[in-house]
Design a protein around this ligand. Structure first.
Ligand SMILES: [Zn+2]
Length: 112
């Protein structure tokens, strides 16, 4: 399974957790799910790219059941609560203050 995604995964030097952003949030964990079976991945690697009011998160994980490396959709979190996820057709804006599903997910990421 030595494709481009696997090479990228191996080469990525993971940032450590917890990660404190420039705008004051702490990522204590980041959950990545397998796009095939939906289970949480293991051996995750993250990269946090911090700007003054936004952080972009790039993540990779491994699903040994499906024997694949998952590259999570990049996401951007803003200090005002906006939350952008990159889908195949571009960036989609969500609001994790009003969307319950995402709110729970963000809370589990931030554990505030
Ligand atoms: Zn899987």
């Amino acid at each position: 399974m030595m494709d481009k995604q696997v090479e990228e995964y191996i080469a990525l030097e993971s940032d450590s957790l917890p990660h404190l952003t420039k705008w004051g949030f702490t990522f204590e964990s980041v959950e990545i799910t397998c796009s095939k079976c939906g289970k949480p991945t293991v051996d995750n690697k993250y990269r946090f790219i911090d700007y003054d009011k936004v952080t972009r998160v790039i993540g990779f994980g491994v699903c040994w059941d499906c024997n694949i490396v998952i590259k999570a959709e990049p996401m951007q979190l803003y200090d005002d609560g906006r939350y952008l996820v990159k889908k195949t057709d571009g960036w989609v804006e969500l609001n994790w203050k009003t969307e319950r599903k995402w709110l729970m997910k963000i809370k589990s990421w931030f554990k505030k």
